[in-house]
Design a protein around this ligand. Structure first.
Ligand code: CP
Ligand code: NVA
Length: 303
């Protein structure tokens, strides 16, 4: 079954093929020429246990552009919200749908859906990872810097779900990743160990200015993710704000990326996100093109 659960399930050739496919689909879309419709006649569901703007709309539009019919499901409006199991939901939906994307609170829910579904399952963000986001982010790096080889990416702040997918991407694609996180906010030890075992060029830092030195990409995320308690997060993460001084440490053509939504003057200043090095709008648009490549892969089109 062609699931898209985590980047670490793929090798470099597969991820590169998906990125190339997404770039080609984007070129065809912008040129107004016809492109593949691998989802013609198919129905793809999307289950949301948490809010979404980009993931929901880019998947819904992407499925339509690939010839399919999207069906958006809020978990609270499903029997899932009243206690029906994810395994039963998976078996029932497999009888109607040709694929399903889920954004869920617990990564285990995604894994159980994949285990019991007889259709492709896509990870649209869990507490653990956000692989669709980092596919769009790599596409954006290719757009701005021509490729991934030799790139140095500095992650600033909370080493949570998006950071985990960055760790996996760095290990597979071979670029350098420096993680600047406060103590206690590093990505989970198991994914760091896995990446190091895989030969990844990753390093952990507690000084963002040091980690940003001559970096090609600065990337961050909100300080309070969906489902997080505020606690002491704001004060713990304050030294990891991406501001003009941090950008000045980076390479002159460095770009700033953020999965969005952003909270200005917390993880990033307005001057950076609105400034000339910000790539966030192109990055957000690339969610559409990356999603289409992932959907096409799940439908058996890429590799
Ligand atoms: N970046 C991202 O996944 O955005 P949404 O939460 O709006 O889908
Ligand atoms: N880390 C964020 C990403 C939002 C797209 C969250 O989980 O809320």
């Amino acid at each position: 079954m062609r699931h898209f659960l985590d980047l670490k399930d793929f090798d470099k050739t597969q991820l590169q093929a998906m990125l190339d496919y997404g770039l080609e689909m984007r070129r065809a879309l912008k040129a107004g020429t016809s492109h593949d419709t691998p989802l013609a006649g198919q129905h793809v569901g999307m289950i949301f246990e948490k809010p979404s703007t980009r993931t929901r709309v880019s998947f819904e539009v992407g499925i339509s552009q690939l010839g399919g019919t999207p069906i958006v499901l809020s978990a609270n409006d499903m029997q899932l919200g009243r206690g029906e199991t994810i395994a039963d939901t998976a078996r029932v939906l497999s009888g109607y749908l040709d694929g399903v994307m889920i954004r869920c609170l617990q990564h285990d829910t995604l894994m159980a859906l994949a285990e019991h579904a007889s259709m492709p399952v896509i990870n649209g963000l869990t507490n653990r990872s956000h692989p669709c986001q980092v596919m769009a982010d790599m596409m954006t790096m290719i757009d701005y810097h021509g490729g991934l080889d030799g790139q140095v990416v500095t992650w600033a702040g909370d080493g949570n779900n998006v950071a985990v997918s960055w760790v996996e991407a760095a290990a597979i694609m071979g670029f350098e990743l420096r993680l600047a996180c406060p103590e206690g906010y590093e990505p989970p030890a198991d994914i760091i160990a896995w990446a190091r075992q895989a030969g990844a060029k990753i390093s952990l830092h507690q000084d963002l200015a040091e980690a940003a030195t001559q970096a090609d990409v600065l990337v961050t995320d909100v300080w309070i993710s969906m489902g997080d308690e505020e606690g002491t997060r704001l004060q713990d993460l304050t030294p990891f704000q991406v501001n003009d001084a941090v950008m000045q440490q980076a390479a002159p053509d460095a770009i700033f990326m953020h999965c969005l939504p952003a909270i200005r003057e917390q993880e990033v200043t307005s001057s950076v996100i609105e400034g000339p090095q910000s790539a966030v709008w192109a990055e957000a648009e690339n969610r559409l093109h990356a999603q289409k490549a992932i959907l096409a892969y799940c439908a058996g089109q890429v590799l």
